[in-house]
Design a binder for this molecule. Structure first.
Ligand code: SAM
Length: 283
């Protein structure tokens, strides 16, 4: 899969691509990433990328011409000329975009090519969005200074869903927001399945050695080797954490029929214990 990033600050990405999963995915050739400097597509002496907004107001606007030229230089045609079965997506990173979720990452991971446009200043001239972009994506309800961090987030979350990128094929299925149980065909050899997802719940808590750290012991059940008990405990912790931190995901899972009868029984008990409320230590 190919990612192409258009930015006025290409250096921002350098470190990010050289470590961990992203670096490995590049080395194995599963992912190709290129970053293009928008200044290369300016033609005046000052290499101008921004201009004042029509209608007046604060700040500057990232001009349409360098962006259009950069897109055309990599063979991107206007949306109106791309077929509905296109295997590519041109994404504008924008605080005004649709929320980026695991489902959107999954959608993108099924394509062959994703172009990520990083805005700056007050944003990108809207005609770039209208002409070339088939997606406008926000990574959250806050305003960043530029689209570069957002592009890195979208790239990272998408690329780790590609087959072969994570060491263990099933890893991404068993994480927060993972697929529903019905969509997971196999157990991971020898490891109790977490039964992740079931409609997209959060992950359960993880522990590693030492078994005791600053007076806090690892839950006993994780030390005993009883896989069924571990699985049950993890499921309960998933439900507890999701209820506490993201009750909206519980509601969605209930509505989507993704929870088992046992899950619903556990939820009722957790609600009775007050696990849905935020502990005062976290406020
Ligand atoms: N005037 C814009 C607004 O109020 O929506 C904010 C522009 S912001 C300072 C500059 C650039 O950062 C945007 O063009 C966009 O590319 C990026 N950006 C800011 N917040 C973002 C978010 N939540 N998700 C994705 N990109 C974001």
């Amino acid at each position: 899969m190919r990612f192409e990033i258009l930015t006025i600050f290409p250096e921002i990405f350098r470190g990010f691509f050289e470590f961990g999963v992203v670096s490995r995915a590049r080395k194995t050739g599963i992912v190709e990433i290129s970053v293009r400097d928008l200044r290369e597509f300016t033609h005046d002496r000052h290499r101008t990328l921004d201009d004042r907004p029509f209608g007046g107001g604060e700040g500057m606007v990232l001009k349409a011409e360098p962006l259009a030229e950069a897109l055309e230089s990599i063979g991107i045609r206007p949306v109106s000329e791309r077929g509905s079965d296109s295997q590519e997506s041109v994404v504008l990173l924008s605080a005004q975009g649709r929320p980026f979720t695991q489902a959107v990452a999954r959608e993108l991971s099924e394509l062959q090519r994703v172009v990520l446009i990083c805005g700056r200043y007050e944003g990108v001239d809207e005609r770039v969005n209208a002409l070339y972009c088939d997606r406008e994506i926000s990574i959250g309800d806050y305003v960043l200074s530029g689209g570069e961090l957002a592009a890195a987030v979208v790239l990272d979350a998408t690329m780790r869903l590609l087959p072969g990128v994570l060491g263990n094929e099933a890893s991404s299925e068993f994480e927060s927001f993972g697929a529903g149980d019905g969509a997971i065909a196999t157990d991971v050899e020898g490891v109790p399945r977490s039964q992740h997802g079931a409609g997209g719940l959060l992950d359960y808590p993880h522990y590693t050695r030492p078994a005791e750290f600053r007076g806090l012991a690892v839950p006993e059940v994780l030390l005993g080797g009883d896989h069924a008990a571990v699985r049950k405990w993890r499921r309960e912790e998933q439900l507890r954490k999701t209820l506490r931190n993201r009750p909206d995901l519980i509601e969605a899972a209930v509505r989507g029929g993704g929870l088992s009868r046992e899950d619903l029984r556990v939820l009722e008990r957790l609600r009775g214990e007050g696990s849905g409320s935020v502990p005062s230590s976290r406020l």
